[in-house]
Design a protein around this ligand. Structure first.
Ligand code: PMP
Length: 414
């Protein structure tokens, strides 16, 4: 066996601190490090591996494509890989949902999609203000960062954010309906809120702590946007691609956003991002919003392969069955430690166990890691354990991972 590579301490950032080992291979929901130790993955590349690591169909399609010298990179010239993806996305995803969107490829990463959507809303409405929400996470480059709530990511030196107002997300004020506040501010010329170009939201805030907006709240926000000519942008980067139990998270509420940001799992494991745009508001001329790596052909190939899951009429039901297993275990953990008043939130296969204490959550994550489970924290104080396995995880691995999680919580408490 190859000598284990030790992470270089000075170069260890972010996830490398959370998971202090060197990973080497991965298949499905299992990652293996250079020591040969296997881990069950409930982290899922922060939502970019919904179909598992080295998904078999994606891998076979990629190998065949590379073997026949398919185009790898061509800026955004038309390629057969691109045409096949676009055709399948229209046929498998958009048409059955009666959705009519144009597709703008925006680059390799989710942030690129967020920035493009906001730019287009600003140009189309000729207004610059944008409403985002408390605990929102939309990325770290300067434009997207202005929309991200958590002050940990901000610095006064990153420039002005005076074109963004953060309003309270659903549930932020307990039972108070925060859409009423938005309505009141829109209708009050003294509220200090300029008429925004766009409202951007996650229907389930992933990084913000698995905060699930109710369907009624989403419908109310959508209707206020419509009344006032504001573009509703749904950031489905983390909870799209089936994570919520349906392909698009907004399907649950029955709303149709003006724009939808998609990334992470759309590429079947490879980097890709895009914005879906209602055709009427697409005012960009060809070439007005570009970037060298928009539309990576290898990503088109793997993206096309994983879209096949959505041709299977049982897929949503399979996600729901796994969802039930997660819910059952998380509620059992809460019941066992009822004095601690842990909370469970989520939908589909994104669940949060709110331990109400960041230190307890990080101890649990470290304990889980020791016993072969990768799980991440979320929320303003990293106090929420984010249970986000692949949509395709085998039941036995899911149950094993949940068992490790329960033992890790128990061990961190005693
Ligand atoms: N929006 C949401 C909802 C996200 O979860 C993320 C990434 N966690 C982003 C935007 C930014 O995506 P990326 O890191 O790929 O730029």
């Amino acid at each position: 066996m190859q000598d284990p590579i030790e992470p270089i301490e000075s170069n260890v950032r972010g996830y490398a601190r959370l998971f202090p080992t060197v990973f080497d291979t991965a298949v499905g929901s299992t990652m293996t490090d250079t020591h040969g130790k296997s881990f069950i993955d409930f982290f899922c590349g922060a939502g970019s591996l919904n179909y598992g690591h080295n998904n078999r169909q994606a891998k076979q399609a990629l190998l065949a494509y590379i073997e026949r010298d398919g185009i790898q990179h061509s800026l955004d010239t038309v390629t057969s890989a691109k045409v096949d993806f676009l055709d399948a996305f229209e046929r498998i995803i958009l048409r059955p949902r009666k959705l009519d969107y144009r597709i703008q490829f925006t680059g390799p990463t989710g942030t690129n999609a967020v920035e493009a959507a906001v730019k287009l809303a600003r140009k189309q409405t000729q207004r610059s203000h944008v409403v985002a929400f408390t605990n929102a996470y939309h990325g770290h480059s300067l434009g997207a960062l202005a929309l991200t709530g958590n002050q940990f990511f901000h610095s006064e030196y990153y420039g002005s954010h005076n074109d963004v107002t953060h309003l309270p997300f659903d549930g932020y004020m307990g039972d108070l309906d925060t859409s009423t506040l938005f309505e009141k501010m829109l209708n009050d010329p003294s509220s200090g809120l300029p008429l925004p170009a766009a409202v951007i939201l996650e229907t389930i805030q992933g990084e913000g702590g698995i905060n699930v907006a109710s369907d009624a709240w989403l419908r109310r926000i959508a209707s206020l946007c419509k009344q006032h000519g504001i573009h509703l942008i749904v950031d489905d980067i983390q909870v799209g691609n089936g994570r919520s139990g349906k392909f698009f998270s907004f399907e649950h509420a029955g709303i149709v956003p003006d724009m939808v940001c998609i990334s992470k799992s759309i590429g079947g494991g490879l980097p890709m991002s895009l914005v879906l745009i209602r055709p009427e508001i697409d005012v960009w001329k060809p070439g007005e919003h570009t970037g060298t790596f928009r539309g990576n052909n290898l990503a088109f190939i793997s993206a096309r392969a994983v879209l096949e899951y959505w041709n299977d009429s049982d897929f949503e039901q399979q996600i729901e069955e796994r969802s039930q297993r997660v819910q059952t275990k998380l509620h059992a953990i809460c019941a066992k430690h009822s004095a601690r008043q842990f909370r469970v939130r989520g939908r589909g296969l994104i669940w949060g166990l709110d331990l109400r204490c960041g230190d307890l959550a990080s101890e649990t994550i470290a304990e889980a890691f020791k016993h072969g489970l990768l799980i991440e924290g979320a929320g303003a104080h990293d106090q929420v354990l984010k249970v986000m396995p692949a949509l395709t995880i085998e039941t036995s691995l899911l149950e094993k991972g949940l068992q490790i999680l329960e033992s890790a919580v128990d061990a961190s408490l005693f």
